[in-house]
Design a protein around this ligand. Sequence first.
Ligand code: WTA
Length: 648
Amino acid sequence: MKKFPTSSEFAAQANTNPEKYAQLYQQSIESDESNEAFWAKRAELVDWIKKPTKIKNINYDLDNFKIKWFEDGELNVSVNCLDRHLVDNPYKPAIIWEGDHPSLHKIISFKELHSEVCRLGNAMRKMGVGKGDRVVLYLPMVPEAVVSMLACARIGAVHTVVFGGFSAESLASRIVDSQAKLVITADEGVRGGRYSPLKTNVDRALDVDGTECIEKVIVVHRTGNSVPMSGRRDVWYHTVIDNSNEDCPPETMNAEDPLFLLYTSGSTGKPKGVVHTTGGYLTYALSTFRDVFDVKEDDVFWCTADVGWITGHSYVTYAPLANGTTTIVFEGVPQYPTWARIGQIIDKHDVSILYTAPTAIRAMMKEGDAYVRESNRESLRLLGTVGEPINPEAWDWYHNVVGEGRCPIVDTWWQTETGGILMAPLPNSVDMKPGAAMNPLYGIKPVIVDSDGVELEDAAAGNLIIKDGWPGQMRTIYGDHKRFLETYYTTYPGSYFTGDGAMRDEDGHLWITGRVDDVLNVSGHRIGTAEIESALVSHPAAAETAIVGMPHELKGQGICAYIILRNGEEDSERLRGELNRHVRAEIGPIANLDAIYIVDALPKTRSGKIMRRILRKLAAGEFDGLGDTSTLAEASVVDDLIKTVKSA
Ligand code: WTA
């Protein structure tokens, strides 16, 4: 197995080393007391209004379930991200915004950001939004997205960011579930030179029953193309900012008050609103940021994730700003105007740390080295990946071509639910192995178990659970605590079940092997098979369907649909196109169907359960070794399926 030591250039300036990591990790998990002491120390990175005296209070017994961190502490997250830097660093860039078109960029200092956040906070207060109220953000990657998140935090409102690529239907269902009072959106979004109708989508979403909770819509003027504004309800962002003053006293929040909801896909049903709280989340995001990214005072940090995902929450907005680090907000895409764009941005803004997804790396790699080599990337010091396993070829290319062999790669494993990174090879703590998340972060106790929950020691593969807790862990599913307990704390009683599989190698290093439930990971984005299935059957031509993942060169995983048509419907190119468009319109373009097989029947057990294992194999082009098919109600179904797939 190939191993890559840290370059001597990096090692010479690194914040840690193998001995330090081993020692602190051991200390952080050794006993309950040392674990609490570790987290108490980490909480000192945060500015508290009232310092917590209680650190951890966790009980995973279902009768007496609780998760509380720093429960008597009080703080305000926006103060941590803004006010506390104004004393020493008011003019340091907080945000460097790079627009979709290379001619557009904007630098916003901590002082300027503070001022705008306060103005928006006051404006929201004037609209009657306050502590505990939900606010939906449906925005492109513009500075106003970060401003809006922080303004909610300032007044104690709970934001729920909906990715701008989601459809009006998806937006509506999140508004209904969260019962928000306010939406902040833009006239349009711009990515890769293409415009998306955000305001129009909001208008359509607000026609849906159950969205009457929304009282106001604030609209950022991004492209200036005309959009309908409805008299009482809609107001322009710049107007409310101009009419507002910048003296906005921060709301005092308890550590356990919610900071945000973020909807993510599960293996069943509708997306669930993951709830993160104030004190624990901030402590965890901030401390993992320092550990994983070897952060220094003058770093320029670029996380390419959209703020619509958890990666954008933790590592575009909260962690860098709380740490006083300059964060890049990029509106565009890697291929616009050309595939040289990522390198150009690195050079233009002297980016020192780049954190992106394997799917983007694979796409750039496919276009050849020449684009990347148009830039010199001398400022780069460290690289990171997130969202899905990285294949060794892409790792090598990222390391050798993008990082010129001198930048370590942190392969970071975590989830929306975990709030921050749980596993990664901390820079200069270990020789890196391409494709492995390697080691737990401080205080984290990963365990591999078999399906009966028996712990597997030594080299082994199984399901990944986390024992004990950490401050950034989710607290509940919004409005559905029962589903929360059932999803995460009943499969392996007493531990958090991640839904991922993992493998420990001979050296004791950890590898994530992918989801073990019905959640797909398409281009690093989570999407539930159940969601796509229910979108598909809402089309009049589809009677029944089964969705599985399939290997995809660029996306990592693609979406494969097996569809039974209703009586009287004819298979045709046109109909398939229509079914695909229907799903994309219901969910969003990330739900593109990469393969569609029209079939007469699905392989089911006698009790009526679809045998997805078989469908996954066929989708991957594996026609032999389909495993035990003796429980199938009708064995001939499989032969018919093989014929259909082979002839497609
Ligand atoms: C997968 C994104 C392998 C995993 C932060 C997890 C990864 C899901 C990695 C969470 C990684 C994330 N290596 N797999 N480094 N990082 N995953 O909630 O299956 O969007 O459960 O959070 O992505 O996706 P989510």
